[in-house]
Design a protein around this ligand. Structure first.
Ligand SMILES: Cc1cc2nc3c(=O)[nH]c(=O)nc-3n(C[C@H](O)[C@H](O)[C@H](O)COP(=O)(O)OP(=O)(O)OC[C@H]3O[C@@H](n4cnc5c(N)ncnc54)[C@H](O)[C@@H]3O)c2cc1C
Length: 399
């Protein structure tokens, strides 16, 4: 796929190195044997589906495929970024299930590796790798979404001076209805304003004082939850990155969410491949409709492929010691708009049939489209990301 490290010195080659090819073959063979047939698991936003997806994560963990890039001591294979991208390509090409652990393994874990103590890594990473403990993200509040620095949930020193008492409300916690743990931002210094005086906590959702209220979506499934905290005791060793440093730690998580970690290109190149297949099928039956959508299909495919190439460029930079920084915002705009473009083109190809739901639905395009609509909102809205790109990448004046 990409000899990324060599590319640093002798230019990018997009072929697999021998080691990457062997890794790809091993991953492909294992996935071919173990992946549940596509669409066979119930939605992970239902209790049954959550359990089924958790079981799948454990199957992967048993064979050490759940977190390939982590060190072996935490359940990984210790492979590099290039192999992780290879694994992701194989994972999506195999039609494997969505990752119920994604908030933990793709968002919290990179932050734990960067800021966690050895004891925190040993405590939390292995159970995350096996999905024995699934995490949700407790950042947004009813009056603080884009304006994350406006959060009001607070933490006061506990009477025994061995921890904190958390109070407040979080909302839109994906998978919060079924998760065991939450990583969240709370204000520990009531005098400090905005992004000062915040602390990043790891909270056991079975603690006394936590109320989890699932939020039913239009389809009736509990994709989100509101989390209420009433004097919830959290010990000192569940502070990540130090008291008062929450903003810095949270920005590291946000960089994983928008940048390399959460959305690998394979998710989109695979969808674009399916789109081209659909185009060929529709062209046979409804050539006049296919002709009308041809440009959109080509543009969506190009967007997915350019996201893949852009990711290789970013990975090359990271392997060379660079960081993703504000470019994560450009990345986020790219993947979310690509997802929408692919799904919009698919719905246009399908015509009225696109609206069929349930077992007779053609492919998984409608579900995918509905989720793609949320892409420009979650992980920080695209309007805000465009501001970041304007100010921090392009150096335009702040407005
Ligand atoms: C599918 C999905 C999953 C989510 N999962 C989680 C989760 O797991 N955990 C969690 O904590 N949150 C989660 N969220 C919440 C998400 O982070 C927020 O929806 C997002 O940050 C926007 O906040 P808001 O909804 O309060 O909208 P607002 O911040 O009220 O924004 C409303 C509109 O105003 C625009 N706007 C606001 N401020 C500005 C500005 N300064 N300049 C230009 N435009 C602006 C926004 O772009 C948006 O279009 C999820 C959301 C979705 C859709």
């Amino acid at each position: 796929m990409c000899q990324i490290s060599q590319a640093m010195v002798d230019g990018m080659t997009l072929d697999d190195s021998a080691a990457e090819a062997a890794f790809r073959a091993e991953a492909r063979a294992w996935l071919a044997e173990h992946v549940p047939s596509p669409g066979s698991l119930p939605s992970l936003d239902t209790a049954d589906g959550f359990a089924a997806h958790r079981a799948w994560e454990r199957t992967m963990a048993d064979a050490r495929w759940s977190v390939v890039s982590w060190p072996e001591e935490y359940g990984g294979r210790g492979v590099g970024l290039a192999e992780w991208l290879v694994f992701e390509e194989e994972y999506w090409a195999a039609g494997a299930p969505a990752r119920v652990s994604q908030n933990g393994i793709f968002l919290l874990a990179p932050t734990l590796f960067e800021f966690g103590t050895d004891a925190q890594k040993a405590r939390f990473l292995p159970s995350m790798a096996r999905a024995d403990e699934v995490w949700c993200q407790g950042w947004s509040e009813p009056d603080a979404g884009s304006d994350l620095a406006g959060i009001r949930s607070r933490a006061l020193r506990a009477p025994g001076d061995d921890g904190w008492l958390l109070s407040g409300q979080k909302t839109w916690a994906s998978r919060g209805a079924f998760a065991e743990w939450c990583f969240g931002l709370f204000r520990t210094d009531p005098e400090a304003e905005r992004h000062h005086g915040l602390t990043y906590f790891l909270v056991d959702l079975s603690s006394p004082g936590v109320t989890v209220r699932p939020i039913p979506q239009l389809d009736g499934e509990a994709g989100f939850a509101e989390l209420f905290f009433e004097d919830v005791f959290v010990p000192d060793d569940q502070v990540l990155g130090g008291v008062g440093h929450g903003w810095r730690v949270a920005m590291a998580t946000a960089s994983s969410e928008r940048g390399l970690s959460l959305r690998s290109p394979a998710r989109y190149t695979e969808a674009a491949r399916r789109l081209v297949e659909l185009y060929a099928e529709v062209q046979r039956r409804h050539p006049e409709r296919a002709a009308l959508v041809a440009d959109a299909v080509a543009a969506a495919w190009v967007a997915a492929e350019s996201y893949r190439l852009h990711t290789l460029w970013t990975a090359t930079k990271v392997l060379g010691g660079g960081s993703v920084a504000a470019e994560a915002s450009a990345n986020k705009i790219h993947w979310s708009e690509t997802d929408l473009a692919v799904h919009q083109a698919a719905l246009a190809l399908l015509g009225p049939a696109a609206e069929r739901c349930g077992p007779s639905a053609p492919g998984r395009w409608l579900d995918g489209f509905l989720f793609a609509l949320a892409g420009p909102i979650y992980a920080g809205t695209n309007e805000i990301q465009r501001d970041v790109v304007a100010e921090r990448l392009l150096g335009l004046p702040r407005h």
